[in-house]
Design a protein around this ligand. Structure first.
Ligand SMILES: Cc1cc2nc3c(=O)[nH]c(=O)nc-3n(C[C@H](O)[C@H](O)[C@H](O)COP(=O)(O)OP(=O)(O)OC[C@H]3O[C@@H](n4cnc5c(N)ncnc54)[C@H](O)[C@@H]3O)c2cc1C
Length: 362
């Protein structure tokens, strides 16, 4: 029997494994595709704040950016590179957001030439995505299989009728959910990244229409998440790689002319976003049991989440959108402190908020 089972070995699942194993827990990790087989393996894995005017997501990303920069540099320097990040506005709206961001931010900004479109530059970083997930999860027992069944028996979970664990953490990104609950809806956006050999040297992480990494031994990574319609588990036709490559190169060349290009490798995967753009961290509401409770008034302005029934010892971490590598260390810490020490999770992160909204519409 394991203390905890983590389902999904992307950056979210791996970060949770890291926190749990650091706390001395015996952990089993499942992923049928292998470590970083989903969106995490495709990511350019730039560590950046959100350059926007205001809002909850910008605030949490500011805190997570500071936390994860320190976390990666301190614990995993071999999988992390500090870089200067240059974000150039892609249109008038983006320019206005950048202008306001620069006025309000407390982060130290770099001086850059004023001949560019509105832009901002800061000290940031890049993670080696797959190596980082491997390093974070190395103290767990890894099982390369998909979880098909989860059953709660007495006081523990039985997984695929073979393994057992006291706690289960779902970190399955935008792939088919292991537990179906009507109020949990995640938006999967298919992304494509290419590594290209080029004669053009680039010293920066450049973000404009796509992200371009600094050159490393003559190779730059170009990445974007851009196809909201393609889903690998539902698609009837294969993804058009040639078209994806052409789109990425065309967009990259609008920022930086890349000479003598040879595509070295493609990476693809789904990233998962929530419908209010904030991540989901915490227990899952058991909707059938909660709905059957006649004492709960659902159509109230300020719902009391403590009245709801929850799956026992079952948690999720998901919905990080295009910022999974920025958010994961920060969110995993919050979740594991909750699991072990019962520390409170902010209401704005709890999956229960989606139950409260969904039930009002029923
Ligand atoms: C092209 C691209 C570029 C990106 N660039 C950046 C960036 O620069 N910076 C950044 O911070 N973020 C970036 N992102 C977003 C980031 O990759 C995601 O937010 C992050 O990967 C989400 O991690 P995750 O662990 O939640 O999901 P995933 O990495 O998708 O992991 C979920 C895992 O669960 C597994 N799984 C699913 N179902 C089961 C099951 N039943 N049993 C067992 N395993 C299961 C899947 O195989 C998968 O490996 C990018 C994404 C893409 C696609």
């Amino acid at each position: 029997m394991y203390d905890a089972a983590v389902i999904g070995a992307g950056i979210n699942g791996s970060s949770v494994v890291y926190e749990l194993t650091q706390a001395g827990k015996e952990v089993i990790l499942f992923d049928g595709g292998g470590i970083a087989a989903g969106g995490s393996g495709a990511a350019g894995a730039f560590i950046s704040p959100k350059f926007s005017k205001a809002g909850e997501l910008k605030e949490i990303l500011h805190d997570a950016f500071l936390y994860s920069m320190e976390f990666y540099a301190t614990h995993f320097p071999e999988c992390f590179t500090r870089t200067e990040l240059l974000h150039i506005a892609k249109d008038a709206n983006d320019a206005e957001s950048l202008r306001l961001y620069k006025e309000r931010t407390t982060l130290p900004l770099k001086d850059i030439t004023s001949t560019l479109n509105e832009s901002v530059s800061i000290d940031a970083g890049i993670v080696d995505a797959k190596r980082m997930c491997e390093a974070l999860s190395k103290y767990a027992k890894f099982i390369k299989e998909d979880v098909e069944t989860l059953r709660y028996e007495d006081s523990y979970w039985v997984i695929n009728e073979t393994f057992s664990a006291k706690e289960v953490i779902l970190a399955t990104g935008a792939y088919k959910p292991v537990i179906q609950e009507p109020y949990i809806e995640l938006r999967g956006v298919w992304g494509h990244r290419i590594d290209v050999e080029t004669a053009t040297a680039n010293p920066y992480s450049l973000h404009q229409f796509v992200s371009i990494s600094p050159s490393k031994e003559g190779v730059v990574a170009i990445g974007a998440t851009h196809n909201v319609h393609y889903h690998p588990q539902n698609a009837t036709e294969p993804y058009n790689i040639e078209q994806g490559r052409a789109e990425l190169l065309e967009k990259a060349n609008r920022t930086l002319i890349l000479e003598n290009i040879k595509i070295v490798r493609d990476y693809m995967g789904l990233r998962s976003g929530s419908f209010d753009y904030m991540p989901l961290v915490g227990e899952l509401v058991l909707s059938s049991e909660t709905l059957a409770n006649k004492d709960i008034r659902f159509k109230v302005k300020k719902p009391d989440y403590s009245e709801y029934s929850y799956y026992p010892n079952l948690y999720m971490i998901n919905g990080s959108g295009g910022y999974g590598f920025v958010l994961a260390p920060y969110l995993a810490k919050i979740l594991v402190e909750h699991i072990i020490n019962d520390a409170e999770i902010s209401k704005r992160l709890l999956p229960a908020r989606f139950f409260a909204r969904w039930v009002k519409k029923q």
